[in-house]
Design a protein. Structure first.
Length: 381
């Protein structure tokens, strides 16, 4: 393909321009004082600085890195994994397969992991659920995997037949596409709802966004993830604990509201920790129980732990609670557990010795049953 360009006073400065045009088989002659016809021979599909390789990838097991390379590889691998996890979670929550129904994120993670393993065997990049690509498919009306398969076929055809055309795509156009996608997935209305309903979480959203914008993407993403983990860990380490009262005229025990009437049973304290029992919060729960006993209007004879929120019990948490039970029994306080309904928590309570420390006769299906069995003569007031 030949293009005749009429130029005036054409001058090329520097070796980079000469090298670039020599790669595209150009011939030219120019002077500084007269017009010339510059004939440039351009080979279409070859105007790239480094030609793309079209070698078909071959599956192969990767070579194991040495001890020195592991130190550089592990942090990078963790960052890539975290980015894939965050992007996959964002896609699953923002673009569900069916409107109104949440996607199975565990299934998505399994698919992304399997794809990344296969990609590693052929020397390719790791796989994730890309928010920009997903948004483009959704905006284009795609509703199934056929849209992605069609896009892959077109990309393969472009790669083999006209890879050089990609050199002409301006970076500004690519940036514009990414900016359009960012505006689509930036859910301002959701942030406003979070602000009105949870002031703590909106601070987490603002801090995470600021870290990603202000710092390099890998550092910002990693710190935002760490910040989210710390926030979640704090909610478990310092759980909500409440003292329950009986609802008048019923057998229901509930945290009393500010203006709600409730029945108080003398000598009975019903304590409800709303969290799993583990090493991070067992001491805190113990301290809250002791504080509730001190605040009781009369000496407590029966402590009932309402354990519906204990969906998990680890060994350390069980040991601390067993020590608390022994201490309270030395003060003539009977300790019982009610509504330990989670099957896994029941097995863990049995294996860690918590049930044996309580005694099977002190494990009940409801708070009311525990109160009536152990303190049958007590009446609410």
């Amino acid at each position: 393909m030949l293009i005749e360009l009429r130029k005036k006073s054409v001058q090329f400065i520097g070796q980079e321009e000469r090298a670039a045009y020599s790669n595209i088989n150009c011939s030219m002659r120019a002077t500084e004082t007269e017009e010339n016809v510059v004939t440039i021979g351009i080979r279409l599909f070859a105007f790239v600085e480094e030609p793309l390789s079209i070698e078909v990838p071959r599956p192969a097991l990767p070579t194991l890195p040495g001890a020195r390379e592991v130190g550089h590889l592990v942090p990078l691998a963790l960052i890539v994994a975290m980015v894939c996890i965050m992007q996959t979670s964002a896609v699953a929550s923002t673009f569900p397969s069916e409107k109104g129904q949440a996607d199975d994120v565990s299934r998505d993670f399994a698919g992304v992991g399997a794809g990344s393993i296969v990609a590693g065997l052929i020397g390719s990049f790791s796989v994730d659920a890309s928010p920009p690509s997903t948004a483009i498919v959704v905006e284009s009306g795609g509703h199934s995997q056929i849209a992605s398969v069609t896009a892959v076929v077109l990309m393969i055809g472009l790669f083999f037949l006209a890879a050089g055309l990609m050199a002409y795509v301006p970076h500004a156009a690519l940036s514009g596409i990414l900016l359009y996608i960012a505006l689509k997935i930036f859910r301002l209305d959701e942030m406003i709802r979070i602000y009105h309903r949870s002031r703590q979480e909106i601070l987490l959203v603002a801090a995470s966004g600021g870290l990603v914008v202000a710092l390099p993407i890998e550092t910002g993403m990693l710190l935002a993830i760490v910040l989210s983990f710390v926030y979640s860990l704090y909610a478990v380490a310092r759980p909500y604990c409440a003292e329950l009262k009986r609802v008048p005229g019923s057998t229901v025990w509930w945290p009393p509201g500010r203006d709600e009437k409730s029945e108080h049973v003398p000598g009975v304290l019903v304590f409800a920790p709303a969290a799993p029992l583990n090493f991070t919060n067992a001491q805190y729960i113990r301290d809250e129980i002791m504080a509730a006993l001190v605040k009781a209007p009369e000496p407590v004879k029966l402590l009932v732990i309402e354990a519906s929120g204990m969906i998990d019990i680890d060994y350390t948490g069980s040991q601390i609670l067993q020590q608390t039970i022994a201490q309270l029994r030395s003060r003539s306080i009977v300790v019982a557990v009610a509504r330990l309904s989670d099957a896994r928590a029941q097995n863990e309570a049995s294996h860690t010795g918590l049930i044996a420390a309580l005694g099977p006769e002190c494990v009940f299906k409801s708070v009311e049953e525990a109160v009536r069995r152990i303190c049958p003569d007590t009446k609410g007031r």
